[in-house]
Design a protein around this ligand. Sequence first.
Ligand code: SF4
Length: 298
Amino acid sequence: QVVSELAGRMPRTAEDLQRLLPGVGRYTAGAIASISYGQATGVVDGNVIRVLCRLRCIGADSSSPSVIDRLWDMANVLVDSNRPGDFNQALMELGATVCVPKAPLCGECPVKQHCQAWRRKLFGKPPPVPDVEDCGVGDCPLCPPASEPWDSSLGVTNFPRKAAKKPPRVMRTATCVLERRGCHGAPEYLIVQRPSSGLLAGLWEFPSLPLAQDLQEEKEREELADHLQAWMGQPVAAKGLQFIGEVIHIFSHIHQTYVVYSLHLDGDVTLGPALSPSRWVTEDEFHASAVSTAMKKV
Ligand code: SF4
């Protein structure tokens, strides 16, 4: 892109790098501009987040956009205008080698005199409140929440903090392995393509239907039969669905239970007008298709 659209001229500021080069985000732009072109602009990565949160006792959720924005502001203020590239690399390196997540080497740290978390660990009390203009005491969006006070057993690793993980969402999905006899006598199975966005976007699966919680088994069958009918353009008897078992699959944020049924189809089967792309596959073709691990378990 630099060669073909920018006449070979590499953008030299963080702002231009982000604006003119797709895929270059805030971090990459700041790193290139400061290290390669000497722009006095900060860089914030995971290591820098940890160092700054400890230096300033920032106890609010360090993954929240408001805290991240504030850390970028701080990095832009702190950066050494004479040697911004060296400064940024040093700050990242400090986080990678000294101010590490679990057992930081505070005794050897070159910035310990400036570190409020370290002072708090040493003196066992909050650092003195800085100038009121620098610190919005009370509703400060950067202070640790009052409900999660300083834990002296953790020392400086009280910081940074992250919001507690939400428990995974519990979902039940009915899925049906529809089987027919293919033209060479081998069994074939119907797979359908998932929508192009959202969970498992674009992957193929057996026809599936998310279920409401606490649905009776009979009702589950009826709903699945209705769903299959929409695919096949012909009535499907709920009692023809054979219950096979349940498969549990854990996604990072979803605890999914697949309730698996099967249905054998006799004779020629013509699918109704497709709701989304669908095809019949042999077992080998199924495994060669873009199907999720969960469907392979099913
Ligand atoms: Fe990190 Fe300890 Fe240095 Fe503070 S003194 S920046 S907590 S290593």
